[in-house]
Design a protein around this ligand. Structure first.
Ligand code: P5A
Ligand code: ZN
Length: 477
């Protein structure tokens, strides 16, 4: 390795925090030097990944949701209507109190989430059962004055990429079905990012403020901590009662509507980078990679044939919609490999005089480093099939890793022993005091009851009473 490359190498992924912070910079995802705590800047390359990632969630939602856009500012009187909701958020709200030097009559909250912006409008929009279900979403920035340690993409004070959906239904059961559907959509979304997630029902003390219940999806980070990467909340008729959202049912009666909301943020990108990346940098699944193929001409003396062949390969790949960069810069090939590996480009194509003579090129996979000689004719098919192999393998690798790091534990001591490596699964009787005592004793949190859990029997890890559910326990971000 050349001196300059050694200097620029990343810390080992085992030191996850340092690795992550360094990768954000070297991979050109986020610049963390913005002078306000908890606010960060997207580099154009990172923003390009974001655009591709959010393209997937849009595609999935657009099937039966409509996109909308509500204001950032929420008047204090609306924000203060729902008691539980206020309790949950009051310590996290930024307030706008002045217009210039004039104090405002009504303070304005910077939305920490948009229930209280959207629902007063829903009251006006919803008249009859024919208006239901209503399924809207928006992708916006939201502000939360987080007091826990802030981290780029993971815990922000300005969440720049908050995708929030808000649905309205006739019955409680319809809303419950929508919560399941939301979790199905999120699981599919994360599958497209080659990230396996664990859906679970949060314990009551950890549900969304104002909700009947919350189902969350968590991803396992390389350091064994879990990251909540999406949540879906059943709001019952709680907000409908507060904001007076009623509809006329088939019998002509005015009845309260039932609602759900569900959200994801750029944590999705934190998980993407962290789970797939390695000691050489980013590893990005082809579907969301800003550059999908880097072509490196291997040039000696007489190079025009090689360059021309590279250009033909580039044109052929672009013709089928593949995002290609041909790197004909003056740098040595080694420096070019380093650069495009750091950027997570899924496939590198090397083409030199000898390859040209054989009418072939060398194709190198970013995720495994595997090399294969492919014919220049129909090279686009070769590349596309490698893309799909990469996608499958990234997912399978992450899934295996996740499964290997879920540990069945019988005693708090066992939990303590395993919790540094990943997720513990324990029996719990369901009593709050047992749950809190366990969390306290092991210094980790109960994620929740896995959705679709098969019937099981055991003894509560805290009180030894009969228990018919297991819960995930983990250290969390
Ligand atoms: C659902 C959408 C809500 O706010 N209202 C509208 C509901 N839910 S939530 O759980 O509070 O947030 C949704 C998801 O957003 C991510 N998230 C964050 N990401 C980065 N920085 C933060 N400070 C932050 N807070 C929440 C989580 O993934 C969460 O599941
Ligand atoms: Zn118990």
């Amino acid at each position: 390795m050349a001196e300059q490359e050694k200097e620029a190498a990343l810390p080992q992924k085992e030191s996850f925090s340092e690795w992550y912070n360094d990768l954000l910079q070297k991979g050109e995802i986020m610049d963390v030097r913005y002078p306000v705590k908890g606010l960060y800047v997207w580099y154009p390359f990172g923003f390009n990944i974001r655009r591709n990632v959010y393209g997937i969630i849009r595609e999935l939602l657009d099937k039966d949701h409509q996109e909308t856009l509500f204001p950032l500012l929420i008047p204090e009187n609306e924000f203060m209507k729902e008691a539980e909701h206020i309790k949950g958020f009051e310590d996290e709200v930024y307030w706008v109190t002045h217009g210039g030097t004039t104090p405002l009559d009504v303070k304005l909250a910077l939305r920490p989430t948009s229930e209280t912006a959207i629902y007063p409008m829903y009251k006006m929009w919803i008249r009859s059962h024919a208006d239901l279900p209503l399924k809207l979403y928006q992708i916006v920035n939201t502000f939360r004055y987080e007091t826990k340690h802030t981290r780029p993409l993971i815990r922000l004070r300005e969440i720049t990429s908050f995708k929030e959906a808000h649905t309205v239904h006739a019955t409680w059961d319809d809303a419950a079905a929508q919560v399941d559907e939301a979790i199905r959509i999120y699981t599919e979304f994360y599958r497209r990012l080659a990230i396996p997630v664990l859906p679970s029902k949060r314990p009551d003390w950890d549900k969304f403020p104002g909700a009947d219940y919350t189902i969350a999806t968590d991803a396992l980070m390389p350091d064994g901590k879990t990251l909540q990467v999406g949540t879906a909340h059943h709001l019952g008729a709680n907000f409908a009662k507060t904001f007076d959202i009623t509809y006329e049912d088939v019998n002509g009666e005015q009845v309260y509507a039932h609602q759900t909301c569900y959200g994801i943020s750029e944590r999705s990108i934190a998980a993407l980078i962290s789970i797939h990346g390695d000691n050489k940098g980013l590893v990005i699944p082809p579907e969301v990679a800003p550059v999908q193929v880097a072509i490196i001409p291997i040039i000696f003396k007489e190079s025009s044939d090689v360059l021309r062949a590279c250009e033909t390969v580039r044109d052929n790949l672009e013709k089928v919609g593949i995002r290609v960069k041909m790197d004909a810069s003056e740098n040595r090939p080694g420096a070019k490999y380093y650069k495009w590996e750091m950027k997570g480009v899924p496939v590198r194509i090397e083409l030199g005089p000898r390859d040209l003579k054989n009418n072939s090129a060398m194709l190198v996979r970013r995720d495994t480093g595997e090399k294969q000689q492919v014919p220049l004719d129909n090279i686009e098919n070769g590349v596309l099939s490698v893309f799909s192999a990469i996608q499958t393998d990234l997912y399978e690798k992450a899934k295996k890793e996740l499964e290997e790091r879920i540990f069945d534990c019988q005693t708090p001591a066992e939990v303590k022993e395993n919790i540094t490596k990943g997720i513990a699964k324990v029996f719990w009787c369901g009593k709050k005091e047992c749950g809190l005592r366990l969390e306290d004793e092991i210094g980790a949190g109960i994620l929740g009851i896995p959705t679709g859990q098969a019937a099981c029997e055991g003894k509560c890890i805290t009180c030894d009473a009969d228990a018919d559910t297991q819960v995930y326990v983990a250290r969390t971000y």
